[in-house]
Design a protein around this ligand. Structure first.
Ligand SMILES: Nc1ncnc2c1ncn2[C@@H]1O[C@H](COP(=O)(O)OP(=O)(O)OP(=O)(O)O)[C@@H](O)[C@H]1O
Ligand SMILES: [Mg+2]
Length: 133
């Protein structure tokens, strides 16, 4: 690759905002050449890394604008400690069909029994499933 093509490639990757692709390109190309990787393998890796970092930035953004008061995940909810909550029901709700169906979920109970934990857990599940708030 000539110097001009090299500069243009980097410049265009930046214009397209493919920042991860651009930042790992040089090192990866060198390693890939040593490993004898094919063109498809190289492109696949570079594009996959770009997708991964975009998705992770976009999840971080959705989490930020959601403004959860605490970061409590559903997998940290102890169903044995709270036997009045049926895990199967929560898992069904966590499928987020209720969002598609424009239905509501309401948690009722005395203070400190996990209502906020479950609500935030569902919110995080929605953020991870690409729902915008
Ligand atoms: N079953 C549980 N498993 C894990 N953590 C729990 C459970 N129940 C409650 N907690 C924890 O106890 C604390 C209080 O729970 P949470 O804030 O969800 O209660 P709440 O029902 O929303 O209370 P309030 O009515 O006062 O708002 C949180 O830190 C929560 O993560
Ligand atoms: Mg609460």
């Amino acid at each position: 690759m000539s110097h001009i093509e090299y500069e243009r490639l980097h410049h265009n990757l930046r214009r397209l905002k493919l920042m991860t692709f651009e930042s790992i390109l040089d090192n990866y190309l060198e390693a890939a050449a040593n490993d004898g990787k094919s063109m498809i393998e190289i492109l696949d890796h570079l594009v996959a890394q770009e997708v991964k970092s975009k998705e992770s930035r976009s999840l971080a953004y959705r989490m930020r604008i959601a403004g959860f008061p605490v970061e409590k995940r559903l997998d940290k909810f102890d169903f044995e400690f709270q036997p009045s909550i049926d895990m199967a029901v929560i898992n069904e709700i966590a499928s987020l069909k209720f969002v598609h169906n424009a239905e509501n979920v309401v948690f009722l109970g005395p203070p400190g029994v996990g209502k906020t934990h479950l609500s935030v857990g569902l919110g995080i599940a929605a953020a991870e499933a690409n729902f915008n708030f």
